[in-house]
Design a binder for this molecule. Sequence first.
Ligand code: SAM
Length: 236
Amino acid sequence: MTEGFSEQIAERYDRWYETPFGRWADGLEKALVGELLGPSPAERGESSILDIGCGTGQWGLWLAEMGYQVTGIDISESMVARARVKLGEQATVEMMSATELEFADNSFDHALMVTLLGFVDEPEAVLAEAVRVARKSVIVGVVNGQSMLGTWYKLKGMLRKRDYKRPHFYTPGELARLVRQVVSASGKSGEISWRGALCLRQLLWRRSARCPFRGFIGMRVDLEGHQSTGSDADVK
Ligand SMILES: C[S@@+](CC[C@H](N)C(=O)[O-])C[C@H]1O[C@@H](n2cnc3c(N)ncnc32)[C@H](O)[C@@H]1O
């Protein structure tokens, strides 16, 4: 499955970030994840973060520029090669499976995975590993399966011949149930909260708006037992 993330796909990923939609969506997704991460590393001392399924390093670069001490891992050789070029000395990038992270328990302040979970065969194992290596929080970003964007991607996936596994698009409730189940099995305790970004109103009026069908969901598991983000949408 993951071997399917070839050089061709890696190149396509980087190109998407340069399209008008890609730039718009990326900006809103990063703003949302930034809110979930809370105060910047400079404000609270050094903060380490593991970017799981780091792809071509788009998120790693943003995190490094904010002052995070970034480690990225990905199973695809092509993705890792591109991430290493993009990040240079600003981050460490390793080829590794998200189901078997080669890091000790509580090695990082935060663990982040953006649009990874829908692509893996063992989402529980991936989440469990993230919870194991993170001290403060785990942040999961997914395309919302009950949004217009998720529906569009699903339709596109059905019509097109794909050269990699068709992703699963989580709904917020489904993701919350999975995260809650993994956290409770981990022996750690965690508060879960989430927010959404990307909806038609944001596209038309270019400002943040409440919308029941936001295309991108950012979910935070706060392993320190408190929420630092002022989330507007706690999990029911
Ligand atoms: C949709 S891309 C997202 C990349 C990046 N997070 C971003 O948002 O730009 C999914 C990434 O997860 C990686 N991946 C898939 N399964 C993985 C696994 N089991 N372990 C580590 N990485 C994996 C793929 O190689 C790919 O780079």
